[in-house]
Design a protein around this ligand. Structure first.
Ligand SMILES: NC(=O)c1ccc[n+]([C@@H]2O[C@H](COP(=O)([O-])OP(=O)(O)OC[C@H]3O[C@@H](n4cnc5c(N)ncnc54)[C@H](O)[C@@H]3O)[C@@H](O)[C@H]2O)c1
Length: 401
């Protein structure tokens, strides 16, 4: 019987509801004990009655919590710009951390977090990219590292996820570059679909707990919505070992499509079987086909495996360092565009749906799907009048971790 591990959850609304559901619906093993919750204004928390019934103390901030309770693990599901101060505080007070993605808004913040981890006497920071903890991804990464598919050549993923006005209205930080002087950098690449860019870099990492480091980044970003940051991003990354990684994502599409993915190796290609399945299928050149399972299975594995590592003293599976590769790319994307081009006004449409509305760019879905299938960015198409060529950014050695 493993010893108990005490956990505090910070941020109870939004995605915090997912963690609370795992605790209250007994999806987590009994030795993982929720002992405290923290939120100054938990109005969007759907589990307040269960929190009260369980007698869990609710604190307005971490300072108040640490006066009473020192949990083994602090899960941070608070807004992006709070990840760094909260993680540093929890490490300083002797807790391990499972921080939601993205690790931070900027690479400078991530360095601050790594330094705090370094001086915490062995505490670690895991990052909440749930695909990285799924059995399907772990098995696939092992076989990629072991050379089963041959040399990696190119990985690509596309995700067209329309987001309504209510998505951006839910929180003051949504769609922002900065809020109150702090960087937020909220965008589809850093938030809702961040998983899929991180997943490619993580699968290409040389160790269980490492992601491939980007060498060059070329990005085109656009927006249709009235947000400060971009709502559409298309990016080509060349990793240090020369693998091309392409990522296409938008919240200003008309239809929900994806994620679709294709990972090409010398001896095999890996694709996602569409529909409800969403399983990794490896097709080998000799004709063999193998199903690796779904990365959506066992979302609770990120808590379970992180707690296992606390108990056995092992290294966290998807730690802060692994998550920095994604940040190097997103910070380079942000740097590459001094201003964010807005789609031409004749393309921008608004559709009212119930009490909500969707602003989208017409024909964007088709352009992005064609770019994905041809491995190009819109400006390389030749006939996309709104496309703006982007310059390639080299990730300098002092911008690497
Ligand atoms: N892993 C996933 O699939 C997934 C999915 C959605 C969101 N997320 C991540 O979860 C984080 C939160 O996103 P969200 O969309 O739920 O945000 P949100 O703004 O909808 O909810 C955040 C919650 O944090 C609380 N909060 C705000 N300030 C706080 C503070 N100082 N101390 C404690 N709590 C505070 C808010 O009251 C709210 O309850 C982000 O990092 C996001 O990227 C991850």
């Amino acid at each position: 019987m493993p010893s108990n591990v005490s956990v505090a959850l910070v941020g109870l609304g939004g995605y915090g509801n997912h963690y609370l559901g795992e605790f209250f619906n007994s999806e987590l093993p009994g030795h993982i004990k929720l002992v405290a919750v923290v939120d100054p204004n938990p109005v969007s928390c759907e589990h307040l009655a269960e929190i009260k019934a369980a007698g869990l103390p609710l604190f307005p901030d971490l300072d108040a919590m640490y006066k009473d309770i020192k949990p083994d693990l602090v899960i941070i599901a608070a807004p992006i710009h709070l990840h760094t101060p909260m993680t540093c505080k929890a490490l300083e007070m002797g807790s391990h951390v499972l921080c939601e993605k993205p690790l931070a808004a900027t690479l400078d913040d991530a360095v601050t977090m790594l330094e705090a981890q370094e001086s915490s006497g062995g505490r670690q920071v895991a990052v909440g990219y749930q695909w990285s903890y799924a059995p399907a991804t772990i098995r696939l990464k092992k076989d990629i590292m072991g050379g089963r598919f041959g040399r990696p050549l190119r990985m690509k993923t596309i995700s067209l996820w329309p987001r309504m006005a209510s998505y951006y209205a839910r929180a003051p930080w949504a769609g922002r570059i900065k809020l109150g002087g702090n960087y937020v950098m909220d965008s589809p690449v850093t938030n809702a679909t961040a998983h899929y860019l991180h997943n490619m870099l993580y699968l290409l990492g040389a160790e269980d707990y490492l992601a491939a480091v980007p060498e060059k980044v070329t990005a085109e970003i656009y927006r249709a919505k009235e947000t400060e940051n971009y709502d559409t991003g298309m990016v080509r990354v060349i990793t240090e070992s020369g693998v091309e990684v392409l990522f296409y994502t938008t919240h200003s599409c008309k239809h929900q499509i994806g994620p679709l993915l294709q990972f090409d190796f010398e001896d095999a290609s890996i694709v996602f079987a569409g529909g409800a399945g969403e399983v990794y299928i490896a097709r080998f050149k000799g004709g063999t086909v193998e199903n690796y399972g779904s990365p959506n299975d066992m979302p609770e594995a990120k808590v379970v495996l992180t707690v296992d590592s606390i108990l056995d003293g092992g290294r966290f599976r998807c730690d802060a360092r692994a998550a920095c590769s994604h940040l190097m790319v997103t910070n380079a994307i942000q740097k590459s565009a001094a201003d964010i081009p807005v789609f031409p006004s004749d393309l921008v449409k608004e559709e009212k749906l119930d009490n909500d509305s969707l602003v989208y760019a017409s024909a964007l879905d088709e352009v992005m799907l064609q770019c994905y299938s041809s491995n190009i960015l819109p400006s390389e198409f030749g006939s996309v009048h709104w496309a703006r060529p982007a310059s390639e950014i080299s990730i300098s050695p002092d911008f690497k971790i």
